[in-house]
Write a protein that binds this ligand. Sequence first.
Ligand code: ATP
Length: 326
Amino acid sequence: MKLFKRIGVLTSGGDSPGMNAAIRAVVRTGIYKGIDVYGIRHGYQGMIEGDIFQLQATDVANIIQRGGTMLKTARSKEFMTDEGRKIAYEQLCKQGIEGLILIGGDGTFRGAVEFFKQFSIPAIGLPGTIDNDLSGTDFTIGFDTAVNTAVEAIDKIRDTAEAHDRLFIVEVMGRDAGYIALNSGIACGAEDILIPEVMTDIEQVLCKIDYDEKRKKTVHILVVAEGDDFGGANEVLIRVKERFPNLDTRATILGHIQRGGSPSYADRVLASRLGYAAVNALCEGRNQSMAGMVNQEVVFTPFSQVQKENVLLCGDMLEMIQVLAT
Ligand code: ATP
């Protein structure tokens, strides 16, 4: 058991709904254990700039239901340099911070690995990203909310698509992984789903539209991940319009609405459980690891082994999507 007097918590990389719930859990667990908890604003950049302040239990009241992050987040180029990390370490020493809780994605943990090559300060990570593309956890904090936001938006698009007999191409977030596209597409009954993990055969996509047209299917919703190998919604739109000039086809890019909003119950519970577990793990002497949830159990994966993970297409999922869309 390691006794900490003071620890720091930060959010880094892209924001995700549930980060606030995680901060709350970290602060309240730390205080319960007699530790002073300090917030570091704007991720690693705030660490370099010394934007560090003490958090009381009341400072994290009424944030569990809020999207975004009360600590703000940032991407820091300076932290990618030896000199930047040296300044960051000096700031931590100045504030007497002896341990860290890092909430972010794989980049945040890569940064931590570099930091700890130079300086020794215990740290535990929490997976905070809407993309769900991290190994070591079944779900990342923010993914469930982001998918639900996409589902709500696509349902609305379907209403208007049906009213006008329109074909809609909806782009959802996912630069490297298709988790949001796959899950929102299945949940909304999309006619086709394009994800980076599966090579897009645009001819096949166009044939499906043609087939649906001939049998007078009035609504066609195509969900595409922003990082699909063929391109995003606008690239697909060009090809569809070329082939079917008489079809009323529109593209919608959902964009940043998928990052915001009140976190779902699932994200709040996940963030609370992992935040609580992270502080306990730090006190038990665990270090350099991300807390994740696998089969409802908290597990720890060394930062160096946390990797971006693509969608695992279980069984005949692709066939199922086609069958259910007929
Ligand atoms: P998201 O999945 O939402 O993009 P992320 O944590 O992967 O979140 P990144 O921007 O990749 O977001 O990483 C966050 C920060 O971590 C970077 O801005 C940078 O400061 C730091 N970082 C990332 N990789 C390294 C590295 N190799 N060395 C030092 N710092 C790094």
